[in-house]
Design a protein. Structure first.
Length: 277
């Protein structure tokens, strides 16, 4: 953080003098590439609504953690979301139902269970409002280090497994014949999304976190002509929207997660209108 603070001292803007904005900007620069990378995997594997279902499961995990009186309910949410992701992958592979049907079953069950636990014995739901909206300005330096570690793991996963994961999603039988363990590829990928969604939702907001895993890649598809451009456009778009959204939230007092999402939506609309046919 010392080096980061020295860099921030060189920026001649008023917002750079605030410690919470320095931490928030660093968090955005870590979270945005994370979502940009995962977004390409999510969209390519047709799992756009899976991250939304994971958010619901993470909310349930936090509700369980609060009910148990844990000092840090986020870790309970991580464990619950991991179990949710692996179970979803197992059921999807073992059943003949379409993926969206399985996602709908898991998502509705998770959100109902979360609300049930949160309101148990007449409990108030208002204490969970911060999770729904998010507040990246409250991020702590220790959590930024955690996000950086997760980013490193996701980059390694992306480099080592993207081709296998892509083949597994496009043609599972062919992937299996090539010696690729399709179930474990999908399970590890689902687990990675589960961890990212759970750890970042308190800063981004549960209501918009799914859009951050869909819009960067959706925008990139309007521009890219090959896989390298696809990933690069997704990364650049996610980072640009992240920084612009943070600045907007600071100057006009809006939610950072919602502002980032609106910038990504604007990028998608612009690239869609001016895409090469």
């Amino acid at each position: 953080m010392a080096v980061w603070n020295l860099l921030m001292d060189l920026i001649p803007f008023e917002w750079a003098s605030h410690g919470f904005m320095r931490s928030a900007l660093l968090a955005v620069l870590v979270i945005s590439p994370l979502f940009g990378l995962l977004s390409t995997m999510v969209v390519s594997n047709r799992m756009s609504f899976f991250s939304d279902a994971l958010g619901h499961s993470a909310f349930t995990g936090i509700a369980i953690g609060v009910l148990c009186g844990l000092a840090e309910p986020m870790w309970c949410a991580v464990l619950f979301a991991l179990a949710f992701a692996v179970l979803f992958t197992y059921v999807r592979r073992r059943s003949n139902m379409a993926s969206d049907t399985v996602i709908g079953v898991f998502s509705s069950t998770a959100v109902a269970l979360g609300i049930f636990i949160a309101t148990l014995n007449g409990g108030s739901f208002t204490k969970f409002n911060s999770i729904l909206i998010g507040d990246i300005l409250s991020v702590e330096p220790g959590k930024i280090a955690l996000l950086a570690a997760i980013l490193g793991v996701v980059v390694v996963l992306w480099v080592c497994s993207f081709n296998q994961l892509m083949l597994s999603s496009v043609h599972p039988a062919l992937a299996d014949s090539r010696g690729i363990r399709v179930f474990w590829q999908e399970a590890v990928f689902s687990a990675a999304i589960a961890v990212v969604v759970t750890v970042s939702m308190t800063w981004v907001g549960l209501l918009v976190i799914n859009s951050l895993l869909v819009l960067p890649a959706a925008m990139a598809r309007n521009l890219a002509r090959n896989m390298r451009q696809y990933h690069l456009c997704s990364l650049v778009g996610a980072v640009a929207a992240g920084v612009a959204g943070l600045m907007t939230s600071y100057y006009i007092g809006t939610s950072a997660g919602a502002s980032i999402t609106l910038y990504l939506a604007a990028f998608f609309a612009a690239t869609f209108l001016f895409r090469r046919r």
